[in-house]
Design a binder for this molecule. Structure first.
Ligand code: HEM
Length: 368
């Protein structure tokens, strides 16, 4: 069943579809760059809120074709509660999973109800749109042929997705798509601010290819090769999905031992990405590790920010394109600063996704 559903969803992540989302990526990135340049207060919460708004809007517009006006303060608070509960539920799997009345389960249900509310609003809006198209088609105006099919249209119209399944998918995409991209961009800001020479090099490369003004195009992306390396190096040091879990369905021989059927294993991605055996001087932020000529030095599976295999990230290419466009747009408009002096100072915790324990500590100045 999962395979069949993923096949349907894959359609929305082909290169052609991702390219067609670029005008939304650019639009939201420009609005984010403007808002960051105007942020006068240096509060962690403000920075995180504007970045998360950008990526949540992007997901809603590209995958659902719905503009959802949310109250960002409530959204961040409830999302934090939900992710904290998911993380606790994962970590305390063994002690709480089978106890439905436990406080963890009750808390989880409470935070889930916010998710159901925004999911319900988005689905109602989409059903209204679909009904309108149907009405127009019935009176001979054929919008169906000219209109692109968005991921949510597909989910609501296919029998493979029950109502409950549709709701879960929608929330999964909002959470998995916005929280990960937004934290990756914020960690990139921290790294660039700690290494001002790398920030300036990126700025110069971007201006050389894209100029000082005007929208970034897909054509530009292939020429600003440094931006991809900067994002990959951020994902290495700050793997925003730091721990992955797998349920073992059959006894699995991994050489040194057999993982018994029925057990749950956790893969420590962040530890692998920071292991000196694979990445010398692991806390040094060095985008050139990902230069083409160094590719042969990268040990297979030592870099897995998007996981690997069947259950890898469906939004991998989407995320890289949207992050590249957003970073290019922002670096042209603002200089980034942080109170952190070294990467080692940025202590991290897993709040389902990776977070800095002491906050983002970022501020921005508009470039003249
Ligand atoms: C930097 C950004 C991102 C990172 C690092 C990331 C990372 C990951 C990882 C590691 C997984 C696999 C989890 C596992 O193996 O248990 C995953 C799954 C997933 N991601 Fe992403 N992701 C990112 C952005 C996105 C975006 C932008 C979207 C949607 C547009 C997205 C949608 C999903 C979905 C739906 C899944 C579940 C896939 C499935 O089980 O079939 N992700 N992501």
């Amino acid at each position: 069943m999962w395979k069949k559903q993923r096949k349907i969803l894959n359609h929305s992540f082909s290169q052609k579809r991702i390219d067609s989302y670029s005008r939304v990526f650019i639009d939201e990135a420009e609005s984010l760059a403007y808002r960051l340049s105007k942020l006068v207060v240096r509060r962690n919460r403000d920075v995180q809120n504007v970045v998360l708004t950008c990526f949540t809007n992007t997901i809603c517009r590209t995958l659902f074709d719905v503009k959802y006006e949310m109250d960002i303060e409530t959204h961040v608070k409830e999302l934090d509660r939900l992710l904290g509960n998911v993380a606790r539920r994962g970590v305390r799997w063994f002690s709480h999973w089978s106890t439905p009345t436990s406080s963890v389960t009750e808390e989880f249900e409470k935070s889930w109800s916010y998710g159901k509310q925004i999911g319900g609003d988005i689905i109602s809006e989409k059903r209204r749109q679909l009904a309108e198209i149907k009405e127009l088609t019935e009176v001979g105006i054929d919008l169906e042929r000219t209109k692109e099919t968005f991921m949510l249209d597909n989910i609501l119209e296919r029998p493979e997705f029950t109502d409950q399944r549709a709701m879960s998918e929608l929330l999964l995409f909002i959470i998995a798509g916005s929280e990960t991209s937004s934290s990756t961009l914020l960690f990139t800001f921290i790294a660039l601010a700690i290494y001002p020479d790398i920030q300036e090099r990126l700025y110069e490369d971007v201006v050389k290819v894209c100029g000082l003004d005007g929208p970034v195009t897909l054509e530009h992306l292939s020429h600003v090769e440094y931006v991809e390396r900067v994002i990959k190096e951020t994902l290495r040091i700050f793997a925003v999905a730091p721990i992955l879990g797998r349920y073992i369905q059959e006894d699995l021989d991994i050489g040194d031992m057999v993982l018994p059927k029925g057990s749950t294993v956790f893969l420590n991605v962040i530890h692998t990405h920071r292991n000196a055996k694979y990445w010398p001087d692991p806390l040094k932020f060095d985008p050139d590790r990902f230069l083409q000529k160094n590719a042969s030095k990268i040990v297979p599976f030592s870099f897995i920010p998007f996981s690997h295999g069947f259950r890898n990230c469906i939004g991998h290419k989407y995320a890289m394109t949207s992050l590249k466009i957003t970073l290019i747009t922002i670096i042209r408009k603002v200089k980034i600063f942080t109170a952190y002096k070294t990467i080692g100072e940025v202590r991290v915790k897993s709040h389902f996704t990776l977070r800095p324990m002491m906050g983002w500590k970022l501020w921005f100045e508009a470039r003249s």
